[in-house]
Design a protein around this ligand. Structure first.
Ligand SMILES: Cc1cc2nc3c(=O)[nH]c(=O)nc-3n(C[C@H](O)[C@H](O)[C@H](O)COP(=O)(O)OP(=O)(O)OC[C@H]3O[C@@H](n4cnc5c(N)ncnc54)[C@H](O)[C@@H]3O)c2cc1C
Length: 490
């Protein structure tokens, strides 16, 4: 079976590559999706589908959200520009300066143009991500810069539209067909894929292969191997098909590992969440409003500055820190002053509730005496600076307390008090492959492997330690589009 371009995977990065390959002249494009049709779409299906991208002027957002001013008066005046320097500063800050300088430049500088391409060629529709990114202050909604736009129907819509667009363009899709290994000519050029489908093994030949089969977040053995304990016990927020197959196939033919192989994206999720993402619950297990409250571990202690930064810049690393707390269990505690600020996702599980802090703590499975001491000490130290503003780093802080809380440190004093138990759920892994600026995979001799490209979670080097919300899908779209174009022309 001969193709121009074969794309491995059925997520955002894979379809950006497949559609781009077709757009750039590849006649026969094949997408191999390991999952069955009803579980297709990888992590992309589960995602909140928020995209982070640059714009020098808020009017550049009008093509995506033409009714923003009508629906949220003051939108144009309230949204700050997000130039190249702003995105770079955020990425550098959260990755402690370790993001790959060349690849991050490609990502950032192509982000706006790729959003336009997603709309024009991918046929995606966008909206403001009011439920997760909009913060109501008085009568107005405040928006963070850079990451506030998502696809309509979130990841479900993003994934569905990709499949529809690809089918309309004549791209062939095979479900339940998992790539197993790459084939190579004696010259070293990649010539295709061996895959296992419903009828057994088959070889698919192609002029170029794009691997977009995600990271190794679903694989407990690799998680233990690269991330260490207790990651083998982590709940998986998304797809249960991302076992690192594409990474393994590439490493087997000499591809160069690149980036932060002991790092991953993980977030606070409800403690009772299922072991893998649930197809119709998508990302509703997230519990990301902890910056308006405090978090106690089962020893009854605070263990982190809940208000160190906007939650979009802390959530991806706090999940891992929660997983490493005793019993991987933490209680988020709020009072009624902030309850209206909690993301709507909190309403998908019932909290513990009481009119007194003592009454609340008694219901939680932790050290009650220590928890009360911690909460009383917190209340004595809170409420310095301000005024309180939920939409910005407001400087309301604790004094004389360890760990400190740097922003939104209001006293817990207005009943009823509420608590949600959370654990850390893994989203995706940071370790990947080294690629050129054309998304071509580089071998351990520092030379590109002819005919082999990659994109999405498989690209190494962009994320270290932490991650700015909305960058995974943007990276998948940018490098997928580039990979598809380069593969079509290779
Ligand atoms: C709950 C949740 C919420 C998220 N929210 C956001 C958000 O709002 N914004 C954002 O930017 N990012 C978000 N992310 C992260 C984002 O979803 C990922 O970064 C992105 O989807 C990765 O795209 P991908 O195409 O690389 O991988 P995936 O979308 O995971 O796709 C991988 C594909 O490869 C397939 N596959 C695996 N092995 C094989 C094989 N051997 N052969 C063939 N196919 C194979 C899988 O079945 C799957 O279809 C979220 C993730 C989750 C889980």
């Amino acid at each position: 079976m001969d193709y121009d371009v074969i794309v491995v995977g059925g997520g955002n990065a894979a379809f950006a590559a497949a559609v781009s390959a077709k757009e750039n002249g590849a006649k026969r494009v094949l997408v191999l999706e390991k999952a069955p049709r009803e579980k297709r779409g990888g992590n992309t299906h589960f995602s909140g589908a928020v995209f982070r991208f640059i714009y020098d002027d808020v009017s550049q957002l009008d093509r995506f959200v033409p009714n923003a001013e009508r629906d949220y008066p003051g939108f144009h005046k309230g949204v700050q520009p997000y130039p190249v320097a702003g995105f770079r500063e955020d990425l550098m800050r959260v990755t402690q300066g370790r993001t790959d300088p060349e690849l991050s430049t490609v990502l950032i500088e192509n982000s706006y143009d790729t959003m336009c391409w997603l709309q024009d060629v991918g046929k995606h529709q966008f909206e403001l991500a009011i439920s997760v990114m909009g913060v109501r202050v008085g009568g107005e909604v405040k928006w963070p810069r850079g990451a506030m736009i998502r696809t309509v129907h979130e990841g479900v819509g993003l994934s569905k539209t990709w499949f529809e667009t690809a089918e309309k363009m004549g791209i062939e899709i095979r479900y339940e067909t998992g790539a197993v290994r790459l084939t190579q000519a004696e010259s070293g050029r990649v010539t295709g894929i061996v895959a296992r489908g419903p009828d057994g093994f088959a070889t698919f030949n192609a002029k170029a292969v794009v691997l977009a089969s995600g990271g190794f977040e679903t694989n407990p053995e690799w998680r233990l191997r690269y991330l260490g304990a207790p990651w083998d016990h982590a709940k998986v927020r998304g797809s249960n098909f991302n076992y690192g197959d594409g990474l393994k196939m590439s490493l087997d033919i000499g591809a160069m590992p690149w980036g932060h192989w002991s790092g991953c994206h993980a977030t606070p999720i409800v403690a009772t969440a299922a072991d893998y993402g649930v197809q119709n619950l998508t990302d509703k297990t997230n519990r990301l409003s902890y910056h308006y409250g405090v978090m106690l571990n089962v020893e009854g202690k605070r263990w982190v500055d809940e208000g160190a930064d906007l939650n979009s810049f802390t959530y991806a690393k706090y999940g891992g820190m929660i997983l490493k707390q005793p019993r991987s269990l933490v209680y988020q505690i709020f009072d009624s002053k902030v309850v209206d600020l909690l993301e709507p996702r909190y309403s998908t599980t019932e909290p513990f509730k009481s009119d007194t802090l003592e009454g609340l703590v008694k219901q939680l499975d932790l050290d009650h005496e220590q928890a009360m001491k911690t909460l009383e000490a917190y209340n004595r130290a809170a409420n310095h600076g301000g005024p309180f503003n939920p939409a910005v780093l407001d400087g309301v802080h604790t004094e004389g307390l360890e760990p400190k809380k740097t922003n939104w440190a209001l006293k817990l004093d207005k009943p009823p008090f509420l608590s949600w138990p959370v654990t850390g759920g893994i989203t995706f892994t940071f370790g990947g492959l080294k690629v050129t600026q054309d998304a071509q995979v580089v071998a351990t001799d520092w030379k590109p492997i002819p005919g082999l490209y990659t994109c999405g979670e498989m690209v190494g080097g962009l994320f270290h330690y932490n991650y700015p919300l909305g960058t995974g899908l943007m990276s998948g779209a940018v490098f997928g589009r580039i990979a598809g174009r380069a593969a079509a022309r290779s």
